[in-house]
Design a binder for this molecule. Structure first.
Ligand SMILES: Cc1cc2nc3c(=O)[nH]c(=O)nc-3n(C[C@H](O)[C@H](O)[C@H](O)COP(=O)(O)O)c2cc1C
Length: 187
């Protein structure tokens, strides 16, 4: 079997799979606003993610007020594109729904799954988005908490600016067959 050809056939024929393969980070947007229904669709996608013990420990803050987006961009060195985005979603964790003991950090994985769902949903809806890192940087988390009035029990995890892409993006080739291992790693 020619697996390259088979994979190309799957990419060409399966829109859900193609959406995963073709998503890219988008950091430049047009000035067009994002429809309220699309904002809700992004949040629904986030909340459709799997989570440990189904705790769903997320809180989502949809930011679309210009002065708040500008204040976030000012405060965050690696999220300057927020100043040109019509909206952003701040993905947060709610400490009341975190697990204990060895599972105490599972919320990070839960919020990562929710975040990737937002990125994939944005791409599927013709939008562009990028994950910008807050957690575990105390300065960035505190800055976002200050701008958005987030209390102690809610942990700002990342900030995802979203908008209509200014230009189409070609995905990077990140396929490394040598990093796929079959059965025992050392075989
Ligand atoms: C945990 C994490 C943190 C990231 N932080 C930032 C960030 O602070 N600013 C930014 O512009 N991009 C950030 N990115 C996006 C990455 O730079 C991007 O995903 C990577 O370069 C691969 O490009 P692609 O998303 O187009 O495939 C982050 C991505 C992840 C998963």
């Amino acid at each position: 079997m020619d697996s390259n050809k088979e994979i190309a056939r799957i990419v060409a024929s399966n829109p859900a799979y193609r959406n995963i393969i073709e998503r890219t980070s988008v950091r430049r947007y047009t000035t067009e606003t994002v429809d309220d229904t699309l904002k809700e669709a992004l949040c629904l996608a986030a909340m459709s993610a799997p989570s440990g013990v189904n705790r769903q420990p997320w809180e989502l803050i949809v930011v679309d007020r210009r002065e708040l987006l500008d204040a976030l961009a000012d405060a965050l060195p690696y999220a300057k594109m927020t100043a040109h985005a019509p909206m952003a979603i701040v993905v947060c964790g709610n400490r009341e729904r975190f697990l204990d003991g060895d599972d105490a950090t599972l919320w990070e994985q839960d919020l990562s799954a929710a975040s990737e769902n937002i990125l994939l949903a944005a791409h599927a809806l013709g939008l562009g988005a990028v994950w910008t890192c807050l957690y575990p940087h105390p300065d960035r988390m505190e800055a976002v908490a200050r701008v958005l009035g987030i209390p102690e029990g809610i942990v700002p995890f990342n900030l995802i600016p979203v908008g209509h892409p200014e230009a189409p993006h070609a995905p990077m080739d990140k396929w490394h067959p040598d990093r796929v291992h079959h059965n025992r790693l050392t075989d």
